[in-house]
Design a protein around this ligand. Sequence first.
Ligand SMILES: [Zn+2]
Length: 304
Amino acid sequence: MRRILILFVDGVGLGLDDADTNPFVAANTPNLTMLMSGRKLVSNQQAISHNKFSFVPVDACMGVDGIPQSATGQATIMTGVNIPAYIGKHWGPKPSEEIRILLQSNNILKAISSNNHSVGLANAYPPAFLQQLQSGRRLPSSIQFAFQTVGTTFSNIEDLRRGHALAADFTGEGLQYHLGFEDIPILSLHEAGKRLVLLAQKTDLLLFDCWQTDVVGHRGTMSAAIDTVERLDAVVGGMLFSWCESDGLIVIVSDHGNLEDKTTRRHTRNKVPVLLFGDDHSSVAASINDLSDIAPALIKYLEQ
Ligand SMILES: [Zn+2]
């Protein structure tokens, strides 16, 4: 049985090979470095495919002027349609009505679930977020909206307590120390990666949405950015440690650049990395050039 685990990392592009401005160069990332056979996640890095792993630099601009944004980038990943070209611009952070209609009409989750495959969103959301989403006071992101189109129930704090979901910061520390959920079990970053794999073994396509990478890209210092990259690397380590070839394919993907260039607090036009690990990674990697190629490649993978 083929399965896919997607770790979506918002705002992660391929920047310059410069430790002063690019936290992916400055950070200590043993797991990503091992995957990349010692090479760096930077803009002049060619595609790699070896043994269990592929890396593809992916175009997030897709022929459209301006700076790529989350709503159009995520909608492109979810639909396989070049949404910025379709609506004539990059748009974000939240999807417009026009983008929501496109997501509603078709997306990878709809395609997969209509074929009797299960889909899931691994994030646990705090009660205030879920209330705001339900009341319409908070608009969903394109990824969240795509899950709403297939009726996915969003996990809450209780699901997190039971080990059925993962906190936005991976560990649960933010919920415990900043939002007052004192009984939230704290995971190590390695354990968080392992939890994603455990959850993915019960779902045909499971996605975890990591948005903190983009927030730190906008607001964080270089040292906060390095810390964010190192945390991400540790989670990836937990995923790789517990993932077997028979578990299927791990896909790490982003919607646009941001975190990789600390000379700016804005998004970038840099390419974004797609990292593929596990079963049949190289044939999936070979069919991906820009963000619109991801959904068709993953649907094809699951249907084979
Ligand atoms: Zn952003």
